[in-house]
Design a protein. Structure first.
Length: 205
């Protein structure tokens, strides 16, 4: 069937228009510029958060496709080297305090007063204890975390490190880098580690 000349002209115009569309990189740069022009520092919410470090930029680069194994290994190795383990060699704090931290979603928001400690907001992504009625499913269930893994020194060190910087163990993980980005203190991470590993914690009941 012969196409009407009007349809042919319309198709050529569409092709020409596609050739002038910006690339994904251009759209990304424009989006960042728009965000930086629209947001400003207020309270604990700083405009500097829009600046990606090298690891975040690399993860964004591969957001639409699989991350090459070599790049993943490079990210994990560099992040693992930056984990700051407790100088006293003790990884477990108070699980009761850890439970409060896991339930707190405060901190680093524009509405939080300067100096307000951040919470972990762990229930937004994980199941931790069966008595909690609501929890997120973005991350895996952590119920019976310590019961399944034990409470040995290796488990303690791994768990502390995972909370400190999840990307060190899973490149481009969506989990916040709580210690590496200064969201939680060393003691807070110890308390969360205890919440996950202490046999008396509701996580392991």
């Amino acid at each position: 069937m012969r196409m009407p000349s009007a349809f042919i002209a319309l198709g050529l115009a569409a092709v020409a228009g596609c050739a002038t569309l910006s690339s994904d990189e251009d759209y990304g740069a424009r989006a960042v510029a728009l965000m930086k022009s629209a947001f400003h520092t207020k309270g604990q919410a700083s405009i500097e958060r829009l600046n990606q470090d090298e690891t975040q930029a690399l993860c964004s680069e591969y957001a639409k496709g699989p991350l090459p194994q070599a790049a993943a290994q490079r990210i994990e190795a560099s992040q693992l080297a930056g984990i700051k383990y407790p100088p006293d060699g003790k990884y477990l704090g108070d699980w009761k305090t850890g439970e409060r931290i896991a339930q707190q979603g405060t901190g680093l928001q524009f509405s939080d007063a300067p100096g307000t400690p951040a919470g972990g907001n762990c229930y937004a992504c994980h199941q931790l204890a069966p008595q909690e009625l609501a929890y997120g499913t973005i991350g895996p269930s952590l119920y019976r975390y310590g019961k399944l893994r034990g409470n040995a020194a290796d488990a303690q060190r791994y768990t502390f490190g995972k909370i400190f910087n999840s990307i060190a163990y899973s490149a481009c993980s969506a989990m916040p880098r709580f210690g590496a980005q200064g969201i939680l203190s060393e003691q807070q991470i110890k308390d969360l580690t205890a919440l996950l590993l202490d046999p008396e914690s509701p996580v392991n009941k």
